[in-house]
Design a protein around this ligand. Structure first.
Ligand SMILES: CC(C)(COP(=O)(O)OP(=O)(O)OC[C@H]1O[C@@H](n2cnc3c(N)ncnc32)[C@H](O)[C@@H]1OP(=O)(O)O)[C@@H](O)C(=O)NCCC(=O)NCCS
Length: 152
């Protein structure tokens, strides 16, 4: 695998990240006000550009809003770079930089690539929440980092 790294997004990266999300699903992008979400994440220093050998291939939003634990809010990789292990490597980098003992995330039951990418790098299934998207339950995953103990 080539060299994968994360760079904290700046406001100059806004169009790039918004473009990745727009290309993923234009209807969701507009309905879920994703441009606002991405802008807020950049301004809060919670958005990271995913680089493969210095080429920008996607972005990830990571914060601590889920019960004060690390939380991967959103990850989008450009279509031509999916299924090559970049998602899994990104989760590993997020786990390394996380300041708490656990990283959580969730995905729809229909999103098998996301579930595969998570389990491949050691995330465990944490449970299901019904009622968010009709007929497509939300599956939660987590991984222990033990970073807080190590950093104290
Ligand atoms: C979900 C996502 C972040 C995963 O990243 P990735 O780089 O594709 O993940 P990986 O390559 O590490 O692992 C994906 C696994 O799913 C498999 N897969 C099956 N169908 C796939 C598809 N259509 N696209 C990508 N991967 C697919 C891959 O082969 C791989 O498993 P394997 O290594 O056993 O072969 C990425 O696919 C993506 O950006 N998807 C669109 C946005 C999205 O769904 N985001 C998550 C919202 S919760």
């Amino acid at each position: 695998m080539k060299n994968i790294s994360l760079r904290k997004a700046t406001i100059e990266d806004k169009a790039l990240a918004v473009g990745f999300d727009y290309n993923l699903d234009v209807v969701e992008h507009i309905e879920l006000k994703r441009e606002d979400k991405i802008t807020k994440a950049i301004l809060s220093e919670e958005c990271f550009i995913i680089l493969v050998d210095n080429r920008e291939v996607g972005f990830v939003i990571f914060d601590y809003r889920f019960f004060d634990q690390g939380w991967i809010e959103l990850i989008v990789i450009d279509a031509e770079y999916r299924g090559k292990g970049i998602g899994g490597n990104t989760f590993n980098l997020i786990c390394k930089q996380c300041k708490t003992n656990k990283v959580f995330t969730s995905t729809n039951s229909s999103n098998t690539p996301m579930q595969k990418a998570l389990t491949k790098v050691g995330f465990s299934f944490a449970g299901t929440i019904n009622g968010l998207d009709d007929g497509d339950p939300e599956l939660f995953y987590y991984k222990k980092t033990n970073n807080r103990e190590a950093k104290e």
